[in-house]
Each structure stands twice: as C-alpha cells, then as structure tokens.
Design a protein around this ligand. Sequence first.
Ligand code: COS
Length: 385
Amino acid sequence: MMDRSFLDWPFFEDRHKRLADDLEAWASEALAKVEQGCTDSICHVLVSKLGKAGWLEHTGAVGDERLDVRSLCLIRETLARYDGLADFSFAMQGLGTGAITLFGSGAQKADWLPKTRKGYAIAAFALTEPQSGSDVANSTMTARRDGLHYVLNGEKTWISNGGIADVYTLFARTGEAPGARGLSAFIVPAGLPGFDVTERIDTIAPHPLATLRFQNCRLPASAMVGAPGQGFKIAMSVLDVFRPTVAAAALGFARRALDEAMRRVTTRHVQGGPLIDLQMVQGHIADMALEVDAAALLTYRAAWAKDKGAPRITREAAMAKLFSTEAAQRVIDKAVQLHGGDGVRSGEVVERLYREIRALRIYEGASDVQRVVIARQLQATMGGE
Ligand code: COS
C-alpha cells in the first residue's frame, strides 16, 4: 500500500489533499482496466474520460484562475502510478495549451481552453525540429508575415499528440533578431492546407508522436501568441511550469515500482523466509524509498515556489526534473532486479515502467540540458563579479 504521508508536508493545502483523495478514488475505478485498441484511439478515450471527470479543468486557466502547479503535479503523479498513457493524455492538454494560458489573449483563451479543458479538443506543443532539439535558439522553421497572415514553412518532429491533436502551439522564426530573440509562438489548428503529418514515430513505450511538415501554410496574424520575437521566452516559461510535472510523472512511476517491489519482497520466499529478510534486499528497498522521498521533495518544492508567486522557477524546475527522472530510472531498475526473471517478462508492471521511464530523461529538456540550466542559474546568482 502506497505511503501517502507526503500529503502532510507543508507544501500542500487541504484542497490538495482532497484532490489527491478524490483522484485516487476515481483512478482506482476508471483506470483499473487497461484500454484496448491502438495507441491513438486509447488516447482519444483517455482524454475524453479525463475531461468528463473534470480532471482536465486543471490543465488550463480561464478568467481569474491561475495554473496550480501543485495540483498538476499531484494529478500527474497519481495518473502515472496507474497508467502512463493516462498521465501522458493529461499532461499534453496542459503543455499544449500552456502558452495560451500564460500568454494568450482573452479571445485565444476563449477559443481553445474550454474545449481542451473538457476533453473535446486535443492539444500539442510543437517546438522540436529535426536539427534543433536541445538548442531551441537554433530553430529554423519560418513564419513570414504576408499582409494579414503568416506563412509557415519547415518541419517539426518528435511532436507528442502529433497526428491526433486538434490544436498545436508552434514556435517559428519570425526574424526580429538572430537566435533566441527571433522566434514567435503561434496557435495552429489541425487540418490547415499546407500542414501535413509526414511520419508517425514508434517508441519503446508507445504514445502518439509525429513529424509535421508545413509548406506555405497560411495562418491569420491573430494566431500569434504574445508579441513578435517573444517565442523563445514563452517556450522557456511554459517549460518552467511543466518540467516539475514531468518530475511528478517520474515520481508516480517510481512510487509504483516501489509498491510492486514491496509486494514482491514480502511475498516471495527464499531460504525459508521472505526476500525482505535479506539485508541486501533491505538495502535496495531503503535506497528506493530514499530516492522517492528526495524526488518528491524537489518536485513539490518547485511546484510550491511557482504557486507562491515566484516569477521564475528555472533552477527549481530543472533540479526537480533532473533528479526525479534519473532517480525513477534507478528505482525502477532495482524493482526489475528484485522481480528476477519476471521483471523482464512482457506484461509485468515493472517491465512496462522500465520502458516508460526512459523517455522522461530526454523529453522537455534532456538531463544534460537541465544540468546546463542549473549551472547557469548558479552562475547568474552566485557567479561573483
Ligand atoms: N524563462 C524566461 N526567460 C528565459 C528562460 C526562462 N526559463 N530561459 C532563458 N530565458 C531568456 C534569457 O533570459 C535570455 O533573455 P535575454 O535575451 O533577454 O537575455 C533569452 O531567453 C535567451 O536565453 P539563453 O541565452 O539562456 O538561451 P540559450 O539558447 O543559451 O538556451 C537552453 C539554452 C539549453 C537553456 C534552452 O535552449 C533549452 O532549455 N533547451 C531545451 C529545450 C527543450 O526542453 N526541448 C524539448 C522540447 S519539448 S519535448
């Protein structure tokens, strides 16, 4: 049985505890049975289930509301513990509309957020390009102004929900300045002429992923989010908010692995007693529990700092994502080891977690990028003269 004592930490308010309890009750029923079908259709079903139950309301903010990062993290952590694709489906509604929530006009919010928050529309975040993954300032896709329109040309790849999304927030070069200062953000609805999905990408833990091609695709100028040239900062600000939620998803995977490992070592017998009686096994379990708590502390510290009004949580978000995803990989690896041969048997929970965790150390800023971000933040604040 999962340890829920972390909900008493001072990062949380009563409403967070209620949210965690309500979601736990919902998930244990609604996600008990794995959805059948292809990955695309499973994601459609999950978005609609999450929308109907009201959980997607947390992924965007309308009116006076603000994104509550602790709620986003609690929801991702809980969903990830039950079902990686449910977590993915929830997370993408937030990341895909993050620029709209944080920087969109009233009209842009009214156009999209009610639909994504109900699960009637699926959202995606289109930043990565074939030649620029970590190095966003080097993006080459262009958006050329032409009267009342922008004309998009170029490619985006590794786009989660690519091919099934109804709306993409997309970053393209508008050329106000070289590098990071010459990018802008746009809202791009699916199905525009000149916008094609050219490749679907298969991965070790399948979820909808695609390469998108834009050839003279025309967008009304009103589709721009924020001001021209602000795209890089918008992308980074959105990632600052959503990186702690990736840490939370990794934490959910790690907690599930620890649960599964505890079940295994208390029920499997060797030499006349349960595995947990062996000191070597106790050592592994202790290390796993320590990593889980440390990851949770960093994750909820980052979320709490943002919710309390910190203008930027760049360092805290990078630390949470780096530590939590790397720690979850180690925790899950130990859980696989403690399961013996069953740990690598297809269909076992820990085997699925082993495949699911790997991408989290890469997407939304690879671990090495997080190290760069942390070091630069220290340099900026403690670097001396
Ligand atoms: N919030 C707000 N502004 C930010 C910011 C943040 N988190 N990070 C950087 N900026 C601002 C900087 O202050 C700087 O502003 P000025 O030009 O006014 O000084 C500007 O943006 C450029 O910043 P910087 O010089 O740090 O840009 P770099 O090109 O060196 O950025 C990294 C490098 C690696 C940090 C960045 O490209 C990055 O995070 N890459 C990973 C991207 C990613 O996560 N990709 C996955 C896509 S989603 S699956």
